[in-house]
Ligand binder design. Structure first.
Ligand code: URA
Length: 446
């Protein structure tokens, strides 16, 4: 394998063979291809793309770069969920305990923040003591005892993705359909799942900005995963504004706790119920959409999902008193308000800029070595379609002592567009894609 030749081949817009792709990923995992060569190849893929067959080979090669877990010893159906990434996108923390409380086993392997988007692992680590680095044996033990465990990629699970993900984050190669497929499916298929639910984000805070690109990504992911033996369903959901009100690691965990206790923002609950019902149906074939949704909503309202969350936190060495009393969490050093410059309606939110403000606040990273401040972020008070008066706060910022207040304020002020006319918020649930194709009607609406 000559990495330079391999890169030039893709740079010239040519397709690789299955053997070439497997060899390149094997050599990279073994340390025989340098990070800068991987970065150059991924940039070539970014511009030249990959065929469906090449992408399938990439998924398999990345999956097989490490161990494929054998969870066949667990009796219940093993179903996971993964999102393509967004801002305030926190549903994994709700879904894992929620589904476990319904006897669906959720072996969740999550990632860190990528670009302007938040990562489930960073959010979980905001819980003092929470250990996302369980060994495979501990992972299995917790799955048996609790029904769910949420971990990061161990050294052995899709190690190629672990390294490629970190390189993509800092080399402008995130928004590539084949690379996203390789990344998501390699780690999900390495986890020994029976079924998978995907949340494909679309809009100005997503990696795929248009509905067409997002549905295409959804079709590729569903077809490839199905083809490789894991039944998969994808929702295409709106990311033209942050999900919920909280953006930032602890702020988001705290919002999840509200939803797990039956309250919290309506959009977070709605999306959690849609994704949760989909997971429940995959684990319990033949269940209707409404029945599955009602089963999930009952667990949020009767406290069982929250109890399961506390059990999971406890089994992963997290501080359960603080999740039972979120107000006791240490506060950020400073907070201030972003106010509306005029009276009107919020007509648009630049979600990417809100995500980048999160990075400025150290709720995300610009370099892989950056340390996260779990206390920082912002809480939105206004979303698209809501009226606002001049001088009223549209969001509260939570920051460390050292934060660059004027840059962050400017970025956030520009993120809220206020117009003179009322607008309707974009629908959250846009389409469902399964092995039978795409349905643009909401299955919960009779
Ligand atoms: N989530 C992933 O795990 N990988 C991507 O490439 C994008 C979102």
């Amino acid at each position: 394998m000559n990495p330079a030749e391999f890169i030039i081949h893709k740079r010239s817009g040519l397709a690789h063979s299955d053997i070439e792709i497997r060899e390149f990923i094997r050599a990279f995992t073994a340390g025989d291809v340098a990070d800068y060569q991987m970065a150059a190849w991924m940039m070539s893929v970014f511009f030249s793309g990959m065929t469906r067959d090449e992408t399938r080979s990439l998924v398999i090669a990345m999956r097989d770069s490490g161990q494929v877990m054998d969870l066949s010893g667990l009796d219940s159906m093993k179903v996971d969920k993964h999102s393509t990434g967004g801002v305030g996108d926190k549903t994994s923390i709700i879904l894992a305990p929620l589904l476990a409380s319904l006897d669906v086993c959720v072996p969740m392997i999550s990632g860190r923040g990528l670009g302007h988007t938040g990562g489930t692992l960073d959010k979980l680590e905001a819980i003092p003591g929470f250990d996302v680095n369980l060994t495979p044996d501990q992972f299995l033990k917790n799955l048996k005892a609790v029904g769910t465990a949420m971990i990061g990629q161990t050294k052995n699970i899709a190690p190629a993705d672990r390294s490629m993900y970190a390189i993509r984050d800092v080399t402008g190669t995130v928004e590539s359909l084949p690379l996203i497929c390789g990344s998501i499916l390699s780690k999900k298929l390495a986890a020994g799942l029976d079924a998978l639910v995907l949340d494909i984000k679309t809009g100005n805070g997503a990696f795929m900005k248009t509905y067409e690109d997002s549905t295409e990504l959804g079709r590729w992911l569903v077809d490839l995963a199905d083809d490789l033996g894991t039944e998969t369903l994808a929702w295409v959901t709106d990311m033209n504004q942050p999900l919920g009100n909280a953006v930032g690691n602890w702020l988001e965990v705290s919002e999840c706790i509200d939803v797990l206790k039956g309250s919290g923002p309506a959009d977070v609950r709605e999306l959690s119920l849609a994704l949760g019902a989909s997971m429940f149906r995959l684990a319990n074939p033949g269940t209707g959409w409404q029945e599955a949704r009602s089963a999930c909503s009952a667990q949020l309202d009767n406290g069982h999902a929250f109890d399961k969350f506390c059990d999971m936190v406890d089994h992963q060495s997290g501080d359960t008193p603080v999740v039972r009393d979120p107000e006791s969490y240490p506060r950020a050093d400073q907070q201030w308000e972003i106010v509306a410059p005029s009276t009107g309606w919020v007509c648009e939110i630049d979600t990417f800029s809100i995500g980048m403000a999160g990075v400025d606040l150290k709720a995300g990273r610009t370099k892989t070595t950056d340390t996260i401040d779990p206390r920082t972020g912002c809480r939105l008070h206004k979303k698209i379609g809501q009226p606002v008066a001049a001088g009223e706060s549209v969001c509260t910022v939570f920051a460390a002592k050292t934060a660059d207040k004027s840059t962050i304020t400017r970025r956030l002020e520009k993120a809220f567009h206020i117009g003179p006319d009322a607008v309707v918020a974009p629908p959250l649930l846009k389409a469902v894609i399964d092995r039978d194709g795409l349905t643009a009607t909401n299955p919960f609406v009779a």
